[in-house]
Structures are given as C-alpha cells and as structure tokens.
Design a protein around this ligand. Structure first.
Ligand SMILES: *[C@@H]1O[C@H](CO)[C@@H](O)[C@H](O)[C@H]1NC(C)=O
Ligand SMILES: *[C@@H]1O[C@H](CO)[C@@H](O)[C@H](O)[C@H]1NC(C)=O
Ligand SMILES: *[C@@H]1O[C@H](CO)[C@@H](O)[C@H](O)[C@H]1NC(C)=O
Ligand SMILES: *[C@@H]1O[C@H](CO)[C@@H](O)[C@H](O)[C@H]1NC(C)=O
Ligand SMILES: *[C@@H]1O[C@H](CO)[C@@H](O)[C@H](O)[C@H]1NC(C)=O
Ligand SMILES: *[C@@H]1O[C@H](CO)[C@@H](O)[C@H](O)[C@H]1NC(C)=O
Ligand SMILES: *[C@@H]1O[C@H](CO)[C@@H](O)[C@H](O)[C@H]1NC(C)=O
Ligand SMILES: *[C@@H]1O[C@H](CO)[C@@H](O)[C@H](O)[C@H]1NC(C)=O
Length: 333
C-alpha cells in the first residue's frame, strides 16, 4: 500500500514536472492569456512613423480632462459607429466593423464629452510592420492612445450606430476615472488588433487578448463599476473582434534575440518573408479586403508570426484560422 502510494505520488510529481516543461518557454509556467505589458511611461514616437491624420484633433493638447463638481450626476453613454462611415458603399456592409467610444454628460452644466482609444498611425500600421531597407528587424508604428474631448456628435453615432445611456455616476467617480484614464494612457501604449484563441468554442483557451478601442471601453466600464457606477444591464453590448485560431503558441524572443547579432538567421528570414506578404494597409477596408489574401496565406501555411508585448510568438494556426465576430460582452454586474 505504502509503496503504491509513494509510487503514485512520484508519478504525480513527474507528471507535474512534465506539465511545467511542456508549458514553459523560459523555464517558468506560461500564463494564458499572456498579460498585456504595461510600461513605466509612454516613449516619444519614432519620426519614421508619420500620421496621415492628426491624432485627437479636438482634445486638449495636454490630454487634460475637466474636473466635475462632486455633487454632479454624470450620464454615461455607449457610443458605437461603423468604421468606414459608408464612404465605400455597402460592399462590406455585412461585416459589422464597429468603432467604440464612451460619452459623458454633466447634469449640472449640460456639457458633454467623448472618450475613445485608437491608433496613432491607423490600423494597418498596428497590425503589420514595415520592412525597412538596411534594417533586419521589422519596424512597428503601433502606438495607440486615449483621446478625450468636449462634445458628442449625436448624428455620427446615432444614424448608423448606437448612442444609448448605460450608466450614471457621481462627479467624484468621474474625477477618479479621469485620473485612471491618464495612468492607463501612460502605461498601455501599443495597439493590438488580434485576439488569439484555441477554437471558436465559447470556453476555449484564450492565448492573447486584443488591446483596441473596444478593450478600452470594457476596461473603463469595469473601472466605473468598481468605483460604484450603476449600470443598466438590459442594454445589449456587442463588440467587433478579429480572431485568430491556433494551437498553443510558442515563444520565439524579442527583436534583439531574433534579429540581433546572435539571432537565429533562418527564423529571422522566415519572419521577414511572412511580413513581406502582409504589409501595413491604410484602413479597415483595405485590411478586410486583404483578409482574403491573409486567409489564403495562413490557411495554406498554417503559420503566423505574432507580435505581442514587443516579442514574437509562433502560432500553429488551426481551422477556421481567421474570423471577424460581433459578439456580446455584457455590461459589468
Ligand atoms: C503608416 O506608417 C507609415 C510610416 O510611417 C506612414 O507613412 C503612413 O502614413 C502611416 N499610415 C497612416 C494611415 O497613418
Ligand atoms: C494619451 O496619450 C497621447 C499620446 O501621448 C496624448 O496625445 C493624449 O492626449 C493622451 N490622452 C489623455 C486622455 O491623456
Ligand atoms: C451633446 O451636446 C451637444 C451640444 O450641446 C448636443 O447637440 C448633443 O445633443 C448632446 N448629446 C448628448 C448625448 O448629450
Ligand atoms: C448612414 O448610412 C446611410 C446609408 O448608408 C448614409 O447615407 C449616411 O451618410 C450614414 N450616416 C453617417 C453619419 O455616416
Ligand atoms: C467546453 O464545454 C464543453 C461543453 O459545454 C465541454 O464538453 C468541454 O470539455 C469544455 N472544454 C473546456 C476546454 O473546458
Ligand atoms: C531582449 O531580451 C534580452 C534577453 O532577455 C534582453 O536582455 C534585451 O534587453 C531585450 N531587448 C529588448 C529590445 O527588449
Ligand atoms: C532557428 O529557427 C528555426 C525555425 O525557423 C528552428 O527550427 C531552429 O531550431 C532554430 N535554431 C536555433 C539554434 O534555435
Ligand atoms: C450580439 O451577440 C449575441 C451573443 O454573442 C448574438 O447572439 C447576437 O446575434 C449579436 N447581435 C448582433 C446584432 O449581431
């Protein structure tokens, strides 16, 4: 009995050691989804990255958020509108590609405000890097940031999207939120387009979460909820997400480790080849049109070199490879 028990314990131990080595890349147990890395401060953007459209033209230059009176009651609105504003006709209308933002309205002053989080250099630059001559390492213009400005453009949100009240809170809570948005903006600096999961099943493993306009809205709702805001949970809240489906990802290393002097030359070449085919696109529309190309490429090769936290991962892609979904993520309760 004793012997069997010890034998049993030994195999449990062996088993757990095996699990550790199976799931670790650097000798530690890999945590899924991989936590999005926070930085101590936001670095200046590289001069190579040139914005086609000015970031946050209506915001205060210093990003400041007005202070509300403590006794104020602030209405919170869910704002959502299609990304391409139908400029391109109905061609891609069946994809629900929505941009998300949050609106606020002060009862005391009647003034209203919009908060959103988006790419400094547009979506394409956040999804795929530039391959620059004389530079081994792919170059990313992938910063994203919060933009806060006075006003809510009702027509923009209402006509083909959503403008609905979802919560209310005090001025005190608003001011705490403003402080949090600043911190969040200084420490969460880059945009991440893709969600990576094991399969389309509801409870499948999540390997990586996106970090985009919708995740800002979700984080802010959660923060407001923790601060004591009351939500109207009857409102259904769906969000657009771009998904990749993959087996367990394998860690490859950061730019220096792969492309530096002591890097792995064949891996470096493979990654450059991969990104050569998937270069930055200017807009959501172009990205979507090229999703067919991307789909074809990844469905054939089943390879994806994924960039997250300024490090590269290998994704062994699985059917259905890529999907655009518009699923519900309920308001906090
Ligand atoms: C993407 O980055 C490139 C390189 O800086 C820049 O030329 C281009 O304007 C950017 N695209 C947009 C839409 O901002
Ligand atoms: C967030 O950071 C960006 C980039 O530095 C800045 O332009 C913007 O004003 C900041 N937003 C807020 C709300 O602090
Ligand atoms: C926001 O303020 C503008 C200007 O006063 C007004 O036209 C608009 O209806 C307001 N929207 C909301 C949702 O409060
Ligand atoms: C809403 O959609 C209609 C029909 O596609 C279009 O004519 C209109 O310009 C859109 N409104 C806005 C504010 O984009
Ligand atoms: C997911 O749920 C299904 C049924 O609801 C179950 O059969 C399956 O084992 C679950 N998978 C995981 C990874 O939890
Ligand atoms: C890449 O990783 C190495 C080893 O972990 C580290 O020393 C180096 O600072 C990292 N480089 C960058 C650019 O993060
Ligand atoms: C270099 O990368 C390739 C994949 O491209 C891999 O098969 C090989 O084992 C790596 N070599 C070293 C020394 O890590
Ligand atoms: C919103 O999401 C729910 C559940 O994820 C789904 O059943 C519903 O069809 C979605 N609504 C729209 C308009 O797509």
């Amino acid at each position: 009995m004793g012997g069997h028990w010890r034998q049993g314990l030994r195999s449990v131990l062996l088993l757990s050691i095996a699990c550790v080595s199976l799931h670790s890349s650097n000798g530690f147990l890999q945590k899924w989804p991989v936590p999005y890395k926070r930085f101590e401060f936001r670095p200046k953007t590289d001069p190579y990255c040139q914005a086609k459209y000015t970031f946050c033209p209506m915001g205060n230059g210093d990003g400041s958020i007005p202070v509300m009176k403590n006794e104020d009651i602030i209405q919170v609105y869910r704002l959502q509108a299609p990304v391409w504003e139908f400029k391109y006709g109905d061609l891609l209308g069946h994809f629900k590609i929505m941009h998300d933002a949050i609106g606020f309205r002060s009862s005391l002053t009647g003034k209203n405000y919009t908060a959103e989080w988006y790419e400094l250099f547009q979506l394409g630059n956040c999804t795929f890097p530039h391959l620059r001559p004389n530079m081994e390492e792919p170059f990313w213009c992938n910063q994203g940031a919060a933009c806060f400005y006075e006003g809510i453009d009702d027509d923009h949100w209402k006509s083909n999207g959503t403008l609905v009240p979802v919560a209310s809170m005090s001025g005190v809570m608003f001011n705490s939120m403003a402080k949090w948005i600043k911190e969040d903006n200084d420490t969460g600096i880059y945009y991440q387009t893709w969600n990576v999961r094991a399969s389309p099943e509801f409870n499948s493993s999540v390997w990586f979460d996106s970090y985009d306009c919708a995740s800002f809205v979700l984080r802010t709702y959660q923060k407001l909820f923790e601060l004591g805001a009351t939500f109207n949970r009857k409102v259904q809240t769906n969000y657009t997400r771009l998904l990749l489906y993959s087996g367990e990802p394998a860690f490859l290393g950061n730019g220096t480790e792969i492309f530096g002097q002591h890097g792995n030359k064949s891996l470096a070449l493979d990654i450059r080849k991969f990104y050569f085919l998937l270069r930055p696109h200017q807009s959501w529309k172009e990205l979507l049109l090229s999703i067919l190309d991307i789909y074809y490429k990844v469905a054939v090769d089943k390879n994806f070199y994924f960039f997250y936290n300024f490090e590269y991962w290998y994704l062994p892609l699985k059917f259905p490879y890529i999907k655009v979904v518009y699923d519900e993520i309920p308001l906090p309760s």
